[in-house]
Design a protein around this ligand. Structure first.
Ligand code: HEM
Length: 126
């Protein structure tokens, strides 16, 4: 469990909204990632990721109220995620995260989680 104190220190919902907004600007133009998204409109996917991260990092649990248990590995099973997909995902996350100018300890804690989580989403050796 991440404390609500961490959430506030990180800048609250606004931080995660901005992070995902900038991340999806990268995804929208990415030739590896964009084709994976089933919907034409990326906004609903961005909203789900935003609410998930807000919940994970100690904010309101709106994500689970609307989507249930995250079960992220299962939800990613329909998409082939190998090294190239993981690295592209992390590259856009890294530039989005860096653009927020968060305090170093907050930045690093979020980045460590994202690298671990992205690697655990891999479901292909390719
Ligand atoms: C959903 C791709 C990693 C969190 C999705 C979707 C795709 C995708 C294509 C479906 C879009 C939609 O919601 O309609 C990827 C790729 C990754 C990756 C290529 C590379 C490693 C991650 C990581 C997290 C994450 C590391 C969490 C830290 C989510 C969430 C959803 C989602 C919360 C929506 C789940 C739901 O409620 O349906 N992802 N993802 N993803 N992803 Fe990822």
């Amino acid at each position: 469990m991440v404390s609500s104190e961490f959430f506030e220190k990180a800048g609250g919902s606004e931080t995660f909204r901005l992070l995902v907004e900038r991340f999806y600007e990268g995804v929208a133009a990415d030739p590896i990632l964009r084709p994976l998204y089933p919907e034409e409109d990326l906004a609903p996917a961005a909203e789900r990721l935003t609410l998930f991260l807000i919940q994970y990092w100690g904010g309101p649990s709106t994500y689970s109220e609307s989507r249930g248990h995250p079960r992220l590995r299962m939800r990613h099973a329909p998409f082939v995620i190998g090294v190239a997909e993981r690295d592209a995902w992390l590259r856009h996350m890294r530039s989005a995260l860096d653009s927020l100018d968060l305090p170093a300890d907050i930045h690093d804690r979020i980045w460590n989680y994202l690298t671990m989580a992205a690697d655990s989403m891999r479901n292909s050796m390719a």
